[in-house]
Design a protein around this ligand. Structure first.
Ligand code: MLT
Length: 405
């Protein structure tokens, strides 16, 4: 949800010997932005009036760029989770003059009542959620002890969209909005987007089990499973564990092969970089490889959209996903065993991460599958070629045998 934006100026006395904003002073600015938000909204004493006090239980900050005296910072705050006695705010700070994302932070609060005991979140906070414009509410479902954000739209047979690394469900925005006649379900995997990011508990198995539990709680038995890149790796694991729940499969910009020894070392190096320098290190390494030259040059917005997604990914989610990808099984034999499964394989002609050669190998393994190579696209088909991706999906889905055949 969008809470009021707050602008705060950086003063020289908040800066350290290097001349840039000191990290502890930055934390204080995040704090001030939160309080100013309440001043602009329900009032600074809102918690006191409700008889509780919000105590910070966990704070994490990703510092992404240097900030200097005189910089004006714009703070945005998003309420990402609302529990019975706790809530989570995700904050971001952008430099106003160039709109650069300079830091993100996440704060988990527990409301304390009489005697310092956890107490229900006051109605005014739940009220803030209810004031959200229709359609913007992030639906959350708790599965296996982890809150997952999920977008759903439409009625009919279900299609489950699984995003790649380190992205979120909004890569499927066009498909979720426009794929009429289907019940579209697009969750954020644990550790990414607006889902919870536990410190531990990441593997292809847990991702697949989360999705199965999500479908249970949405009352969905069977889906067309559509995975983008790492989402494809999760789809393979889902297929291995829950074959009866998959009616057809769509594999986009992904590959059945697992990581080579060198690839595994690269995952560990990326995890180390994320540990040391946060999501910025991952964004810098990945962004130049994700897009086809054409889409990167022509369209600044998809690039920025994906950059924002990467920078907003919590570090535990990044590290967890890297380990899960490093340790995943090879799925070639699995695909070879899926004789009757209707399958669509799609890849951008300029995909440098999972190139067309990998798509050809999947098509050879999956007898009867349909392979589509998409022009002017790299590794992110639904973002780079949203309308063409939706049109191909619709065509594939409309040709599927009716349920029960
Ligand atoms: C993804 O886009 O999900 C990942 O880049 C896939 C990978 O690194 O293997």
């Amino acid at each position: 949800m969008a809470l009021p934006e707050i602008d705060l100026m950086v003063y020289p006395d908040q800066c350290d010997a290097y001349g840039h904003l000191n990290q502890a002073a930055f934390l204080v600015l995040f704090e001030r932005a939160r309080w100013d938000m309440f001043v602009a909204g329900p009032g600074l004493d809102v918690f006191e009036r409700a008889g509780v006090w919000p105590a910070v239980r966990r704070a994490s900050v990703d510092y992404l760029a240097q900030v200097f005296p005189g910089d004006m910072l714009r703070f945005q705050q998003t309420l990402t989770h609302l529990g019975r006695t706790s809530f989570t705010l995700r904050q971001s700070a952008r430099r106003v003059r160039d709109d650069a994302l300079v830091a993100t932070a996440e704060f988990v609060f527990v409301c304390l009542g009489d005697g310092g005991k956890p107490a229900p979140v006051p109605a005014v906070i739940t009220g803030l959620l209810e004031e959200m414009p229709e359609g913007e509410a992030v639906r959350r479902v708790t599965v296996n002890g982890v809150g997952l954000a999920v977008d759903t739209a439409g009625e009919g047979a279900a299609i489950l969209f699984v995003h790649g690394y380190p992205l979120d469900r909004t890569v499927w925005r066009h498909q979720v909005e426009h794929l009429e006649g289907w019940r579209r379900i697009a969750p954020d995997l644990r550790g990414m987007g607006h889902s919870d990011a536990p410190d531990l508990g990441y593997s292809m198995t847990t991702y697949a089990d989360d999705l199965a539990a999500l479908l249970d709680s949405l009352g969905v038995d069977e889906v067309v499973l559509c995975g983008l890149s790492m989402g494809g790796y999760v789809a393979f694991e889902f297929l291995r564990r829950y074959p009866d729940r998959v009616r057809a499969i769509v594999l986009m910009d992904t590959r059945a092969e697992n990581d080579s020894p060198e690839g595994r070392r690269t995952r560990d190096a990326a995890a180390q970089a994320a540990r040391e320098s946060g999501a910025r290190a991952v964004a810098d390494a990945m962004l130049p490889k994700l897009f086809a030259k054409e889409t990167a040059e022509l369209a600044g917005e998809p690039w920025r959209q994906v950059e924002r997604m990467i920078l907003a990914t919590p570090v535990p989610g990044i590290i967890g996903a890297l380990a899960a990808m490093r340790d995943r099984a090879d799925s070639t034999a699995l695909l070879e065993s899926m004789d009757d499964l209707p399958a669509l394989i799609m890849v951008g002609e300029h995909d440098r991460i999972t190139p067309p050669a990998s798509a050809h190998r999947m098509a050879a393994a999956l007898a009867g599958s349909r392979l589509e190579i998409i022009k002017d696209a790299g590794h992110l088909l639904p973002v780079e070629q949203p309308a063409a991706t939706t049109a191909l999906l619709a065509d594939f889905l409309n040709r599927l045998p009716p349920i029960g055949d």
